[in-house]
Ligand binder design. Structure first.
Ligand code: AHR
Length: 488
């Protein structure tokens, strides 16, 4: 057993940890929307108005703040009018992900109703790649205008009397790639055209998110900050995925990997720290007031698909390795919450590093789900100073990832990941000596341990003993574990 010291300073208060950091992304891709979220009112699968009941309940449990939709790449080929009105009359669509035909039975009304049921805010990504400014103007009028107009008449004819509120609006997705292969200069001009016509009706106001860089494309950020600037956008997105082998042709299996590949997965994940730091530094030069938030609206592990599944459906399983990756990323976002406003894991259900997996009537909460469940205690807290006397678990991989916050009751919330596959550690915590009580929660298992349809609850949260006596606070973390400690 090894010892390590964690120092907290609850008087050194930093930025607010926006709840939006704990958001999700749902795309019309594979079985995320159809099957994963929506099965239709006539399904035998228990549902509320066609939405899987267990999925609605699972997202309520997470207090999901924001759900992004309809893509991803799908957003730039989505024409919203095809997805409203009588479902039997809706025009179908061929989804470029696998060229599957969709009946458009999940459209604007269905997405916004799902958000209402879950209690989260909708985040809509607008079609800049193959749409028009007029199309977006009309969509906004349809969703948010309370008065009389052709679009509101159409909405009312389609069964919705009152306008919805829509705060989060993305102007294009990956416009440097699947969203139109644009240069940053060309995108910025387009952003300004589209953003100009995003009218704010009936008390609705937008948090407009410009399409930001692909991973380390620092020039993209520079151009957006220079050409759009902090007064015409509220957020700038960034996408970065963890690919264990750093080779997109052979990304590696989600369940079969050796310890070298485990540590290379973590090295790849830890790049998020550098990316957030360097993009933030560029943003600081143009926006020292931090008006513009960095919105990491796609992140997570991207592996080779499960053998036997459609390669374009991006279906993969989820192990304790994914739990460690989720904890590292969320601790990074918390630690940079002065700039990171929102983050959306890719994706919510059945695609990439999913929070939930479904098959028939069964829904499985993945190890990643359980990490979100633990970390939700940071939402809306204030980040505080924390430092751990770290050592390397492997080359370029520190053993611990951590962040700490204080809530409005004065309790301290600490989240830690022990990334070592070999060593157990007792973490001695200083700086919270006045704590009268402590509670802990742990997710741990052999690194390949997973939740699947045979063993849906194999990996689950359990209580962790936290010693809190005579001013000494400590807890013992087994190898490959994620924990949350609350001191009050
Ligand atoms: O999440 C899957 C895809 O990854 C999204 O459609 C796209 O935005 C990104 O390249």
């Amino acid at each position: 057993m090894k010892n390590v010291k964690l120092t907290l300073n609850p008087r050194d208060r930093k930025s607010k940890i926006n709840k939006e950091i704990y958001s999700n992304f749902s795309e019309h891709l594979g079985r995320c929307i159809y099957d994963g979220i929506y099965v239709g009112e006539n399904s035998d699968i228990p549902n509320i108005e066609g939405y899987r009941k267990d999925v609605v309940e699972a997202f309520r449990q997470l207090k999901l703040p924001v759900l992004r939709w309809p893509g991803g790449c799908f957003a730039d080929e989505y024409h919203w009018k095809d997805g409203v009105g009588d479902k039997s009359q809706r025009k179908g669509v061929v989804n470029n992900w696998g060229h599957v035909s969709e009946d458009n039975s999940f459209g604007t009304h269905e997405f916004l109703r799902f958000c209402e049921l879950v209690g989260c805010q909708p985040y809509i990504s607008a079609n800049v790649g193959s749409g028009t400014v007029r199309e977006l103007m009309e969509w906004i009028e349809y969703i948010t205008f309370d008065g009389t107009s052709p679009m509101t008449e159409l909405r009312r004819k389609n069964g919705r009397q009152n306008a919805w509120k829509l705060k989060y609006l993305g102007i294009g997705n990956e416009s440097w790639g699947c969203g139109g292969n644009m240069t940053p200069e060309y995108y910025c001009d387009n952003y300004k055209r589209y953003a100009t016509f995003c009218r704010e009706y009936s008390g609705n106001s937008f948090y407009k998110i410009a399409c930001g860089p692909n991973a380390d494309d620092y020039n993209w950020t520079e151009v957006c900050m220079k050409k759009i600037g902090p007064w015409q956008m509220n957020g700038l997105s960034m996408h970065y995925y963890t690919v264990p082998t750093c080779n997109w042709d052979h990304k590696g299996s989600s369940t079969e990997f050796d310890s070298d590949e485990y540590y290379s997965t973590l090295r790849c994940t830890l790049r998020m720290e550098e990316l957030v730091t360097r993009h933030s530094a560029i943003m600081d030069r143009y926006d020292p007031q931090h008006r513009v938030g960095l919105v990491v609206d796609e992140w997570g592990c991207w592996y080779d698909v499960e053998p036997g599944t459609d390669p374009s459906f991006l279906y993969q399983l989820n192990t304790m390795r994914d739990a460690i990756v989720a904890a590292i990323n969320l601790n990074i976002f918390n630690s940079h919450s002065d700039r990171v406003y929102m983050a959306n894991i890719a994706q919510a259900v059945n695609v990439l590093q999913s929070v939930l997996l479904t098959e028939g009537a069964v829904t499985v909460k993945t190890p990643t789900f359980h990490v979100f469940d633990m970390f939700k205690e940071h939402m809306e807290n204030t980040l505080i100073y924390s430092h751990i006397e770290n050592e390397q678990a492997a080359e370029g991989v520190p053993t611990f990832s951590q962040s700490a916050s204080v809530n409005d009751r004065g309790e301290i919330v600490v989240t830690l990941a022990n990334c070592s596959l070999e060593n157990e550690y007792t973490v001695n915590i200083t700086g919270a000596e006045n704590a009268a009580k402590a509670s802990g929660c742990i997710l741990t298992g052999e690194v390949h341990a997973k939740n699947d349809f045979d063993t849906p609850d194999n990996v689950h949260n359990a209580s962790l003993e936290v010693k809190c006596e005579n001013g000494e606070v400590s807890a013992t973390l087994p190898p490959c574990s994620v924990v949350r400690i609350i001191l009050g």
